[in-house]
Design a protein around this ligand. Structure first.
Ligand SMILES: [Mg+2]
Length: 160
């Protein structure tokens, strides 16, 4: 079966915090925000939940994030979002090309060929490396190419 893969960054893309690895569990949930053990706040951007719900019916969703998994996975679990993602990568290095390549291999090993790969990030620093290794990946630059999750949804619908 051939599916479209949507690869999402976390910091500055799904939520407003620039370095979620700085937060300290346990986290306290307050609606669309969480507070960490020191009272530091991290909030989802507007429309993230609706977007993931919509996207999960059309794409395989995954994560590539340069972060510390033990600190960041509980944030996604706290928001109830962790189960949307298949083979998510939250790793302490910036090699997102390698993270995407391994996810594609893992998907292929369970019988999922991937037709299109769309990579969504608020920073373009990883794009050149990704394009070199995985030339068929399309990049969407959040807050530049699209200004909201509503616009991201519209763009993905246009991309067919
Ligand atoms: Mg980011």
């Amino acid at each position: 079966m051939s599916m479209r893969l949507l690869v999402l960054d976390l910091d500055g893309t799904l939520w407003d915090h620039e370095d979620a690895s700085r937060l300290t569990p346990p986290y306290e949930l307050h609606g669309e925000c969480i507070l960490d053990a020191n009272g530091e706040e991290l909030c989802l951007f507007p429309g993230v939940r609706e977007f993931l719900d919509w996207a999960s019916r059309r794409f395989i969703l995954t994560i590539v994030s340069w972060n510390v998994e033990e600190r960041v996975r509980p944030i996604l679990e706290g928001f109830g979002l962790w189960d949307y993602f298949i083979f998510p990568k939250i790793e302490g290095h910036p090699n997102k090309a390698d993270m995407i390549r391994r996810t594609l291999d893992e998907l292929s090993s369970i019988g999922h060929g991937t037709k299109d790969v769309i990579y969504v990030d608020d920073r373009c620093i990883h794009v050149d490396e990704i394009k070199t290794t995985l030339p068929k990946v399309d990049f969407v630059h959040t807050w530049v190419g699209v200004k909201s999750f509503e616009e991201l949804r519209e763009l993905l619908e246009e991309m067919g």
